[in-house]
Ligand binder design. Structure first.
Ligand SMILES: *Cc1c(COP(=O)(O)O)cnc(C)c1O
Length: 362
């Protein structure tokens, strides 16, 4: 792990070897098909470039991002692999074609626009076709799927590389929506020209062989988020979040800590102030919930999390000094547990971590 000594605030340590190990573990779960990597939102906040370079080196040949801007940034560092924009064309057809990006076309209008872009360039451009089977978010709706089944000729003008859909509730294996979407996807594909299929996200890879396709699209599990929330986490943790101690102060019994005096000491206490706050994406919802860890010893978070600072009670711990590092996410504070304490999911915690937090890769 690279040194964190030069950082004065908070540091997110990203374990690229763990991410690579997670990708290989997911491949082992999907032996009949390819496994890509979702690196949207800057690789779920960990750094898309570093993650994608590493996974490309491991043999990953397909990366998924959300927006055209993310796709172009990734293309600048990875000339070879397939890069898919999950948000579709997003009015950027010319730039996407120029950079050899594969959009996941989300409507018949986008199919026509991509075909037109190809005609201008004298060749059929590669694309996935995104079918909506229950998310009601992006993708061809039922009426558009019916229209395309009746007349698939619009597809003749593009190089169709695959058909995809996205699961609504893959992390809940007993949810009947999973089987329903599987059936809808199979029915829709049967009415369209043959093309490779792409279905599973991280959790979908744990739903059994029926959910295997030609190309899986895991994101969260690569980064150590538990794809099976009701069971122990099968993935390797890939991040550690640490924040510097700025001050340690002795506080008298009965003194209040932080905005609105939401917490008062019952006894003389030692309060450590950490260089991280909600402006860094460290949730204000963690006010008075959870803990910072010093050498594995828990220091409960006390008082309100403020914009740039978080306070914790280090009374009774081995001496904590300014310049020490507190673990906020890591072996003692698993990401999913921190997220649950904040009333959210690991995805939101990771993607919310802001630019003031230094990313350090190992
Ligand atoms: C974000 C996303 C994924 C990855 O989902 P995870 O749960 O992070 O594995 C896959 N497909 C689509 C369409 C997505 O938007």
């Amino acid at each position: 792990m690279a040194t964190t000594e030069t950082h004065s605030g908070a540091v997110l340590e990203v374990d690229l070897a763990a991410i690579a190990a997670n990708w290989h573990a997911l491949r082992a779960r999907h032996p009949g098909g390819e496994v890509g990597a979702v690196v949207k939102a800057d690789g779920y906040g960990l750094g898309a470039e570093a993650v994608a370079r590493r996974l490309a080196g491991e043999g990953c040949r397909c990366f998924f991002v959300a927006t055209p801007a993310e796709a172009l940034a990734l293309r600048a560092v990875l000339p070879e692999p397939v890069i898919v924009t999950l948000n579709g064309l997003a009015d950027a057809a010319a730039a996407l074609a120029e950079a050899a990006i594969t959009p996941a076309l989300a409507s018949l209008g986008e199919v026509a626009a991509w075909a037109g872009e190809g005609r201008r360039r004298g060749r059929r451009l590669p694309a996935l076709l995104h079918l909506d089977t229950g998310m009601s978010r992006l993708g061809l709706d039922q009426a558009e799927q019916d229209a395309l089944a009746a007349d698939p000729s619009p597809l003749d003008a593009i190089a169709l590389r695959g058909v995809m859909t996205h699961l609504v509730a893959a992390e809940r294996p007993d949810d009947p929506l999973n089987a329903q979407q599987l059936a809808r996807f199979a029915a829709a594909r049967a009415r369209l020209p043959p093309a490779p299929a792409s279905l599973a996200n991280s959790s979908g890879l744990f739903l059994g062989p029926a959910f295997a396709t030609d190309l899986a699209r895991p994101g969260a599990a690569l980064y150590g988020i538990n794809p099976t929330p009701d069971r122990p986490n099968p993935m390797r943790p890939a991040v550690r979040l640490r924040a510097r101690v700025l001050q340690v102060r002795a506080v008298a019994a009965g003194a209040s800590v932080g905005y609105n005096a939401t917490w008062r000491t019952a006894r003389p206490a030692r309060i450590a102030t950490l260089a991280i706050g909600y402006a860094d994406g460290w949730p204000r919802a963690l006010s008075g919930r959870g803990a910072a860890y010093f050498d594995g010893e828990a220091a409960p978070l006390v008082g309100r999390v403020s914009m740039d600072l978080t306070t914790c009670d280090v009374t009774g711990l081995a001496p904590v000094r300014p310049g020490d590092w507190a673990e906020l996410i890591g072996p003692h504070a698993p990401l999913d547990a921190v997220a649950a304490a904040a009333g959210t999911i690991g995805y939101e915690i990771l993607t919310g971590l802001g630019p003031r937090i230094a990313r350090v890769t190992a």
